[in-house]
Write a protein that binds this ligand. Structure first.
Ligand code: SAJ
Length: 401
């Protein structure tokens, strides 16, 4: 069978490659000519360990081909971005555009699946669009929603081994989608309807955002109470049924920090905790920036000179090189804007260089700085010996002190 993947990003491209590895003929469609060109040359345009050799294999055998436009297929997968507009309103225009692009190719018996994280009801909207434009397909094609839950950096393993939720607009659609995914998913494929599957993805990430907000709120309370929050959480988690997550400098990435708004936008009255958790996690970044500015002022008053400050980490989470939507990056920018020419050293060991920040070597910055601010819990930082002679602001539990 032939599958057409609309969108060759962090999720679309790996999924297309894994399907092709399991003898599905794949057409991968992207609007970015560079992505199409690199993919057809066997070069991965995203960073995912072990993925490039798999891409080269399926491109060389011709079972995967990238293109700017779709071709007649048996199954179509919408794996395009669903960002939100300025006021946190979800934007499903990419899903709609991808759906319109495949409309002319849809035929009786085909499967149409949305994988993009979407507001509840999006699959219904696309079903209505398809049947309005192609009334001949009414009841003749299978339509489902199937979210992904892979962790960037471990995508190959998780795409195959994670359970998945498959939500059809009717039983036959759910069955048809399960048939497709069972070609390469070893995890359990759980049946449900499309709205529940859409809400399941939003629920997973919103629940994590709420849990992180609890940890961040604890960290602010403990700072005021003079309690070591890392010790507190470690002790509370000794309880057999307590699992408090780790405080940080805020919540980054384009998933946990975004998906909860898909619920609060549609259920503004009902979603209290979910909305508040977003506020708390966003506030935490402000709180960290203020702590740093206060420490800089205190240093200047006590030492009659401006401090040298090392900002340790720009990535949005530990041990990766992804700076998109990173609270560490936001805090560093805010501190630099208000530092009135104090010396700010920026350290991000996972990237070579940055077009905005001049990067400094980790150990050099650590040696030179009067104030050391840990923003991202990269493993490399944990090898730095604790220095009593420096002001250490540890927002991500490097030393757990
Ligand atoms: N964070 C904390 N404290 C914690 C855990 C995380 O502050 O205890 C922060 C991280 O530093 C980061 C943010 O939260 O800034 C998000 O990190 P994450 O570990 O949740 O990782 P993501 O966003 O890359 O992946 C999440 C995962 N979802 C869940 O764990 C429920 C992943 O499975 C999803 O596939 C992904 O979102 C997604 O694409 O939706």
């Amino acid at each position: 069978m032939r599958a057409c993947f609309m969108g060759l990003g962090y999720i679309g491209l790996p999924t297309a490659i894994i399907a092709a590895k399991h003898s599905v003929e794949v057409i991968g469609v992207d609007i970015n000519p560079k992505v199409v060109e690199m993919t057809n040359q066997g070069h991965l345009h995203i960073i995912e360990p072990g993925m490039e050799e798999m891409l080269r294999e399926v491109v060389n055998t011709g079972i995967l081909k990238a293109s700017l436009t779709p071709v007649m297929s048996d199954a179509y997968f919408m794996v395009v971005p669903t960002p939100f507009k300025g006021n946190h309103e979800p934007d499903i225009s990419y899903v709609e555009a991808a759906t319109r692009a495949v409309l002319p190719f849809l035929k009786k018996g085909d499967l149409y699946v949305i994988e993009s994280t979407s507001p509840v009801g999006t699959t219904d909207k696309m079903r209505n669009l398809i049947f309005e434009e192609r009334p001949d397909l009414k009841g003749e094609i299978y339509i489902a929603y199937c979210p992904e839950r892979v962790l960037p950096g471990n995508v190959i393993y998780e795409l195959v081994h994670n359970d998945r939720v498959i939500g059809g607009i009717d039983e036959a659609s759910t069955t048809k989608a399960i048939e497709f995914y069972s070609q390469f998913v070893q995890g359990t494929l759980h049946r449900t309807n499309s709205k529940t599957a859409e809400m399941c993805k939003l629920t997973e990430n919103s629940s994590r955002d709420v849990q992180i907000a609890f940890a961040n709120e604890l960290s602010v309370i403990c700072d005021k109470a003079g309690i070591n929050v890392w010790e507190l959480i470690n002790l509370a988690n000794k309880h057999p049924r307590v699992n408090i997550l780790q405080p940080g400098c805020g919540v980054g990435g384009h998933c946990i920090a975004v998906d909860p708004y898909f619920i609060t936008a549609d259920f503004p009255i009902e979603s209290q905790i979910i909305a508040k958790a977003r506020e708390i996690n966003n506030y935490k970044s402000f709180w960290c920036a203020e702590k740093i500015q206060n420490a800089m002022l205190r240093f200047e008053l006590e030492n009659l000179r401006k401090p040298c400050v090392a900002m340790m980490g720009l990535a949005f989470k530990p041990n990766i090189d992804d700076l998109r939507e990173s609270p560490a990056k936001y805090i560093t920018t805010k501190v630099m804007q208000s530092c009135n020419n104090a010396d700010i050293l920026v350290v991000e060991p996972n990237v070579e260089s940055h077009n905005v920040f001049k990067l400094t070597n980790c150990r050099e910055a650590y040696e030179k700085a009067d104030i050391v601010v840990f923003l991202t819990a990269h493993d490399l930082f944990k090898s730095l010996p604790y220095r009593e002679d420096k002001v250490i602001l540890d927002f991500c539990g490097i030393y757990k002190k």
